[in-house]
Design a binder for this molecule. Structure first.
Ligand code: UD1
Length: 414
């Protein structure tokens, strides 16, 4: 159990560099086994989920080394096709290994993936797509067994623009015979970063970033070098932290075009935002006001991963803030914990209504998921007194040295 002690009421000032994107590096690490090659990956964040992926890669037979933010993966040796339960259980994104291992080995055996508890998180779209590509899939004893000596291209219309399913199909399709067309594909920037990496590996991919992605042909290369894109959700976290605590910071390296719905909401709350080539600056007003209603949607809509973060920043805003969570069923688990700090929030189904209060107070709180934990941190920075955040490793799954980042900006956090 990690215990974070946060003494609120200190405004934030200064600059921080945004880390590499967790949700981009994880699928790229999975894709690195697609063919026997050597990958040099820069801007790799130091996160528990990245360590988890590295453990999976080693278990499959890759050589993985790390020096600071650079990771090196050598997948040229013989590869195993099975991933044991203890490695899969740690994170949901491990399902991305399915397409990569199947495409490389003709077989993949792995436990059902774990990850944040955000309600039911099925992988039916991943499996249906691989079946369309010719895979035979059975499930037994909590394991998924996939076999297909040679995948073939297909046309797949996703019922939902699932990020993970789009990535899994893109990766597997690189080694398929014939063209693969994905319609209603996810459009998240992390999809484009993965596509960029796959292109460097030798894949012919077009349309990434739009709803139709076409993968057609692969001429494998032995060496690949790539730099992971900046983490837009980590950037949103520090911007919301500043809104909550007050002050003026700059998040260097954050890309404004990736964060339009979040910065728009912060602007509606009275924050002044500055966009420049090398980051996003924010200056918080003395009293925030409620933004227009927020509804989470697939990219380019408001990101579900920033819902809890922005909610934490609205707790003291004048007026009523309304949040509708459309992406996941149980994504208000931070709400009862925020109430312990004096927040006034009611929920009904997928809607949460925040009535701004003049003050929050520190309290003992417990995190139940990664972004929920970050939300508690954000609220704690804007609260009076000490908050003790009990967190069973959630923050370290997605944030590189959160205490160091915030302390350097003037927060009191241990
Ligand atoms: C990814 C992100 C996660 C983010 C989410 C939505 C990574 C490692 N994680 O998760 O941080 O919150 O996108 O932006 O990139 N669904 C199905 N069947 C499937 C797959 C998904 O019903 O086979 C549903 C899910 O239950 C969910 C919705 O589709 O309700 C979106 O999920 P998806 O886009 O797949 O999220 P992840 O890829 O798991």
């Amino acid at each position: 159990m990690d215990i974070w002690r946060i003494r609120g009421g200190k405004s934030l000032r200064g600059e921080t560099d945004v880390q590499g994107a967790k949700n981009a590096v994880l699928p790229i690490l999975a894709a690195s086994v697609l063919t026997g090659c050597r990958t040099g990956l820069d801007n790799c964040p130091d996160l528990r989920d990245v360590d988890g992926s590295a453990d999976i890669l080693r278990c499959l037979g890759c050589r993985v080394t790390r020096s600071g933010r650079r990771m090196y993966i050598d997948s040229t040796g013989e590869l195993s096709c099975s991933i044991p339960h203890e490695l899969m259980a740690g994170m949901r994104s491990s399902v991305i290994f399915l397409g990569a291992v199947l495409a490389r080995c003709g077989e993949a055996v792995m436990a059902m993936p774990g990850g944040c508890e955000l309600g039911p998180r099925p992988i039916d779209l991943h499996l249906a797509a691989l079946r369309e590509m010719g895979a035979e899939i059975s499930e037994s004893g909590g394991n998924i067994v996939c076999r297909c000596p040679k995948l073939r291209g297909a046309s797949i219309n996703l019922a939902l623009p699932s990020v993970g399913a789009t990535e899994n199909i893109m990766i597997a399709a690189c080694r398929a015979d014939g063209a693969m067309v994905i319609t209603n594909a996810a459009r998240e920037p992390e999809i484009c970063d993965l596509a960029e990496y796959l292109r460097k590996m030798g894949a012919n991919i077009r349309g990434d970033g739009s709803s139709t992605v076409v993968i057609d042909g692969f001429s494998p290369r032995g060496e690949v070098s790539h730099s992971v894109m900046p983490d837009r959700i980590a950037a949103a976290t520090w911007l919301c932290a500043c809104a909550s605590a007050g002050g003026e910071i700059k998040v260097c390296g954050a890309l404004p075009e990736h964060l339009v719905p979040v910065t728009r909401a912060l602007g509606e709350m009275g924050c002044r935002l500055g966009f420049c080539g090398d980051g996003i600056a924010i200056s918080a007003p003395s009293r925030l006001r409620a933004p227009r209603p927020i509804a989470t949607k697939p990219y380019p809509g408001f990101p579900t991963d920033a819902q809890a973060l922005l909610m934490a920043a609205t707790l003291k805003a004048e007026g009523t803030s309304v949040f509708t969570e459309n992406m996941f069923e149980s994504r208000f688990r931070h709400v009862p914990e925020l109430r312990r700090m004096g927040a006034e929030i009611s929920t009904e189904g997928r809607v949460a209504i925040v009535r701004g209060v003049p003050k929050l107070h520190g309290a003992p709180v417990t995190a139940t998921d990664l972004r929920g934990s970050a939300a508690l941190l954000i609220a704690a920075l804007g609260a009076e007194g000490e908050t003790v955040l009990h967190d069973s490793g959630h923050l370290r799954r997605g944030y590189e040295e959160p205490a160091e980042v915030l302390s350097a900006l003037g927060a009191e956090i241990h």
